[in-house]
Ligand binder design. Structure first.
Ligand code: HEC
Ligand code: HEC
Ligand code: HEC
Ligand code: HEC
Ligand code: HEC
Ligand code: HEC
Length: 440
């Protein structure tokens, strides 16, 4: 009898210990699960559900909208709720009227200047970054909005409805949604499990203390049995236990590793980076309104590797006369007096391991500044428009045909290329994806 009772007591302690362990483990893996779900969501490209038949709009319109969105909006907006440069557009068609959206997309600056309450509010919320204007027809804009709508529906729909027709790649979305749904069930199961476990532990503790009382009143108890009965539950034992320590450490390491891996993948990619500059210099004012040539200030951009940032003396060509009294212009004067360069914060910065040459692209390749840097002439504050990743460089090299017209150097190469392949003679065909071109 005594033996069974003390056995029950021991089991109570063991169950309590096991309970603590389960808690630790489930929370550890839960944290990971939700994070993986988050990563998966981020990884879904806006266009990856093209053709998915959801909502009432014509799939052809949605497809057209998807293409327009990808080419014009996706650098700054997601169709979900992630902020890239501008807000995620999920739900925007419900929050604003169609006519408001059309005038905003055609010319957001005009709408802001008209004093439209919401336009001003969202402009201020996003640090007065000007969204470029788009010369789209109303129908084109409506197709983009239909696409955004469809994306929102896709995200809300159950995985089965995503199984789109030809050309669609629903796999990614199904994955995400499935993870989301399973995550939801897991949460509920976890809560129920915890409640049950707590009830169980409380009941066991109650029984245990009742038994203890009963046994202590019982004189016939042998000495070592009494010891077991009165044994206190010792938390420091758990703490000292090697197994528990290793387990907690392991969980900690896994979670940490997962977090930092996510961070590392993002290092060096700073699309949208727009630091505050020491002087409120505006490209919109200089290159936009006053149409000063990029080359006037970035004077080496057509001749050398670097585009160069203008010295204070170049500013003085004009500002020795213009707006001398402005406090911002006074900062230029102070820099010259102190004989110190203005400390502009660098925005675009490739790692040293890669080689990029401006003149090769602007002069030789004839690529516009805006292709890589975006609508600089509309920016009050410059931001990094392109991701500047290796994939970005290589994608363009694969797609861009070389301008070989009237260049005898290329004649034989082009002939050789045409005899072996049907595609255009691109930068890549000329070796523009060879590692050594960009890495020494
Ligand atoms: C260069 C970046 C950029 C591009 C490209 C861009 N936007 Fe924007 N957009 C923004 C920013 C930033 C805002 C926030 C308001 C502001 O600061 O002007 C915004 C705001 C919006 C809003 C208002 C959202 C709200 O909650 O009211 C809509 C709608 C919108 N953009 C649609 C589009 C569409 C459609 C396209 C493509 C045709 C597009 N944008 C392209 C940067 C951009
Ligand atoms: C009046 C002089 C002036 C003109 C004209 C001008 N810029 Fe700039 N640019 C600057 C200054 C000063 C900076 C550094 C401060 C800043 O980032 O705003 C700069 C910065 C930049 C940067 C970011 C450099 C970095 O740190 O990575 C880019 C890109 C750029 N300019 C492109 C252009 C393009 C494209 C044009 C023409 C459409 C142009 N600029 C016209 C003066 C000028
Ligand atoms: C080719 C002439 C020219 C050059 C070069 C030039 N600016 Fe300007 N800048 C202007 C003009 C024009 C204005 C607009 C003045 C006005 O609004 O009345 C202006 C306005 C400004 C303003 C706004 C002043 C205010 O308070 O409204 C700042 C700041 C400024 N410039 C900084 C610079 C800096 C820094 C440089 C050198 C990198 C520079 N500018 C080079 C012509 C120039
Ligand atoms: C093919 C893409 C591409 C084109 C076209 C391009 N740039 Fe750049 N630009 C870059 C990259 C990439 C960097 C970062 C270079 C680095 O960190 O070494 C950069 C950096 C800059 C900088 C910062 C200073 C520097 O030299 O690193 C300025 C200023 C600049 N560009 C201006 C311009 C102007 C003005 C034009 C057009 C005449 C232009 N860029 C055309 C890709 C481009
Ligand atoms: C917008 C398109 C575009 C982007 C983006 C771009 N390039 Fe290029 N690149 C070109 C073109 C076009 C040429 C060909 C110039 C020519 O020789 O006519 C070229 C040529 C080159 C060459 C010389 C290749 C050869 O065969 O001699 C190098 C090196 C290079 N690019 C590096 C880079 C790097 C590094 C990046 C990314 C930081 C980059 N490019 C991004 C369009 C691009
Ligand atoms: C058109 C130019 C270009 C070519 C061709 C190219 N790279 Fe890169 N590579 C880059 C640029 C730019 C970066 C820096 C990207 C960044 O900071 O995200 C880079 C980064 C890297 C890195 C650093 C890892 C990382 O993600 O930061 C490695 C490794 C690398 N490249 C290897 C290669 C190999 C191997 C090849 C040949 C198969 C190659 N590259 C061809 C432009 C190029």
């Amino acid at each position: 009898m005594m033996a069974t009772i003390s056995c029950i007591l021991k089991t109570t302690h063991k169950i309590f210990l096991a309970f603590l362990l389960t808690l630790a483990v489930t929370f550890g893996t839960q944290a990971q699960d939700s994070e993986q779900a988050e990563i998966a969501t981020k990884g879904v490209e806006p266009g990856s559900t093209e053709g998915a038949e959801t909502g009432s709009a014509d799939p052809a319109i949605i497809d057209a909208g998807a293409a327009l969105f990808k080419n014009n909006c996706a650098v700054c907006h997601s169709a979900g709720s992630d902020v890239i440069v501008g807000p995620g557009l999920k739900g925007v068609t419900k929050a604003r009227s169609e006519s408001w959206l059309i005038s905003w997309i055609k010319n957001s600056q005009a709408l802001i200047q008209s004093g439209d309450e919401h336009a001003v509010a969202i402009y201020n919320e996003y640090n007065k970054q000007a969204m470029p204007s788009f010369a789209f027809s109303d129908d084109e804009i409506k197709s983009i909005l239909a696409y955004v709508d469809a994306q929102a529906n896709v995200a809300a729909a159950t995985p089965t409805t995503v199984a789109g027709p030809e050309g669609a790649t629903p796999g990614e979305n199904v994955g995400t949604d499935a993870i989301g749904a399973v995550g939801g069930y897991l949460d509920i199961i976890l809560v129920v499990l915890i409640v049950v476990l707590i009830v169980l532990v409380v009941t066991l503790l109650l029984i245990s203390s009742l038994l203890k009382n009963y046994l202590n009143k019982n004189r016939e108890l042998a000495e070592d049995d009494r010891e077991i009965v009165n044994q206190r539950f010792d938390f420091s034992k758990i703490y000292k236990s090697k197994a528990v320590r290793t387990l907690v450490l392991l969980i900690f390491v896994v979670v940490l590793l997962d977090l930092s891996l996510d961070k590392v993948m993002g290092i060096g990619i700073q699309q949208g980076y727009a630091p505050k500059q020491p002087i409120a210099f505006s490209h919109k004012l200089h290159a936009g309104e006053h149409q000063i040539d990029c080359n006037y200030c970035h004077s080496t951009v057509y001749e050398s590797k670097s585009a160069s940032i203008p010295s204070a003396n170049i500013c003085m060509n004009c500002h020795s006369q213009i707006k001398k009294e402005s406090p911002e212009i006074q900062k230029i004067y102070k820099a010259i007096e102190r004989n110190k360069p203005i400390e502009w914060v660098r925005i675009h910065n490739l790692p040293d391991l890669s080689y990029f040459n401006h003149s090769q692209h602007t002069q030789v390749g004839g690529v516009e500044c805006q292709t890589c840097h975006g609508p600089i002439e509309e920016m009050d504050v410059v931001y990094q428009y392109s991701p500047l990743t290796m994939g970005w460089c290589i994608d363009c090299h694969r797609e861009t045909p070389l301008n070989t017209q009237g260049n005898a150097y290329y004649d034989n190469l082009v002939k050789l290329h045409e005899s072996s392949s049907k595609g255009a003679f691109t930068v890549a065909s000329n070796g523009g994806t060879e590692c050594s071109k960009c890495h020494y």
